[in-house]
Design a protein around this ligand. Structure first.
Ligand SMILES: C[S@@+](CC[C@H](N)C(=O)[O-])C[C@H]1O[C@@H](n2cnc3c(N)ncnc32)[C@H](O)[C@@H]1O
Length: 445
């Protein structure tokens, strides 16, 4: 059946992500290109899907008093979608939301269900949604109010305390700041910012990378600089390559490189001189690294498909000046842009991934030159994958230490952050209104 409205398309996507485990960012992009969605509706579609997914547990709590029996999945998602608009979107009047929900139900051929949807939503409109003050357990209250699973909030509170966890959960609901990185071998910062200004894109320079800009207003994807001179990349992600401390002419290994954001940044920082070996698990992903390098005219990147735990079979000992392990992780630092992660991930995934991360670290040690450096990073917020991972590593490999100059080289804007520990730096999403990252740098003593 052809999709008639943005809300109907949003409902379809919510079902795919919420019930079938699809990835929201991939499905939204596919839906936009397959359904000829107008520029104006793109924003609304994204807002509806992300907003409803982000607030799923809160919406479940809001809906509960109004529904006594089990619902079909599509009815449940239609009600979440509608309540989301009624509670969080001021611009759409309630009666319009209800009318649209009723016509979607009818259009789906469920006349009986449309009466039910109408009744529930009119009740919500009349009585209002329940208050969080009825929840006594503070962890449960935070979990439901900010829509993060109980196990995760509980875990974060134990690791980081209530205040940091609350800030993090609230920050995960805010719209994501867009940042971009200039290709400095093609354009300098002044030129780039003035071109962007002429194109009605206001930016400010990042405090985390000399190549970075934060977009204050305007659509950076429409810029003439994109994609050959400008790469979309999160600000905290840029800090990873900054902390590798590369120089032109070095030999660098990027063990987990796809889709290539950091590999290309490293190549730019090396003035496209030297060699970078960039690996990832699957051909399709490796292709993305290759394409990104070509777009940016970076020729020193040699890509390969490999399980990097087997790197020892491919490269000689002590071959690399710098090694980056931007490890596969639970991604709990990127919930703002990938809200589905918070519902799909399980606590046991943390321990499974920590094992793989450890195997990757062990695999690269022999490949590091005596005076080389390993940067280990994740885009997650969890002690097990981050601080404890490094603590355990240092315990088992006592000839290694966290490079003391790592902390000295951190940008000023990071110095006072409470995520700094003996093992590296944990950037929380609230620190820069950006992705949460853990970064550290290891060296031989
Ligand atoms: C966090 S992402 C890397 C992001 C990338 N560094 C960037 O900045 O664009 C982690 C990557 O590790 C890859 N990966 C997972 N297990 C791997 C393994 N055993 N060997 C190599 N790559 C692996 C995943 O496919 C994924 O692309």
């Amino acid at each position: 059946m052809a999709i008639k409205s943005v809300r109907e398309l949003a409902l379809k996507l919510l079902m795919q992500v919420g019930e079938s485990g699809g990835f929201s960012h991939i499905l939204i992009n596919q839906a936009i290109s397959n359904n000829d969605v107008s520029e104006k509706d793109k924003g609304l579609l994204t807002e509806l899907v992300y907003g409803t997914l982000q607030r799923r547990l809160t919406l479940e709590f809001y809906l509960k008093p109004f529904v006594k029996k089990k619902m079909d999945q599509w009815v449940k998602w239609l009600l979440y979608l509608s309540i989301y608009q009624m509670v969080y979107l001021d611009k759409i009047p309630d009666h319009a939301v209800i009318n649209e929900a009723v016509s979607i139900s009818k259009r789906n051929g469920h006349r009986g269900k449309s009466g039910f949807v109408n009744g529930v939503l009119r009740n919500v409109q009349r009585k209002g949604v329940p208050s969080f003050s009825s929840i006594n357990d503070p962890i449960e209250e935070l979990s439901i109010r900010t829509s993060h699973p109980y196990w995760l909030v509980n875990r974060w509170v134990k690791m980081y305390g209530m205040d940091t966890t609350e800030e993090m959960c609230e920050s995960n609901l805010k719209p994501k700041k867009i940042s971009a990185r200039i290709q400095p071998l093609k354009i300098n910062m002044d030129e780039a910012q003035s071109t962007l200004k002429q194109e009605d894109i206001e930016t400010e320079q990042s405090s985390l990378s000399k190549q970075g800009v934060n977009v204050l207003s305007g659509n950076v994807l429409s810029s003439s600089l994109f994609p050959e001179k400008l790469t979309i990349q999160d600000e905290t992600s840029m800090l990873v390559s900054e902390m590798i401390d590369v120089e032109s002419g070095m030999t660098v290994l990027d063990a987990c490189s796809a889709p290539g954001g950091k590999t290309t940044h490293i190549a730019e920082k090396m003035h496209n001189q030297g060699t970078i070996y960039a690996y990832d698990l699957h051909d399709k992903k490796v292709k993305l690294v290759k394409e990104k390098a070509e777009t940016l005219d970076l020729t020193i990147i040699q890509t390969g498909t490999l399980d990097s735990r087997l790197l020892g079979e491919k490269h000689n000992e002590e071959s690399f000046d710098r090694i980056l392990i931007d490890a596969p992780c639970t991604g709990l630092g990127v919930l703002r842009s990938k809200p589905d992660i918070k519902y799909h991930k399980k606590e046991s995934d943390i321990y499974d991934l920590a094992q793989i991360q450890r195997q990757l670290l062990e695999a690269v040690i022999p490949l590091l030159k005596q005076d080389g450096r390993i940067v280990y990073s994740t885009c997650t917020v969890d002690v097990e994958e981050n601080e404890n991972q490094i603590k355990q590593f240092l315990n088992d490999f006592p000839d290694f230490e966290v490079d003391p100059s790592f902390f000295k080289q951190l940008p000023d804007s990071c110095r006072q952050l409470n995520g700094i520990s003996d093992y590296g730096i944990q950037l929380f999403p609230q620190d820069f209104n950006a992705d949460g990252f853990f970064i550290t740098r290891l060296k031989r003593k």
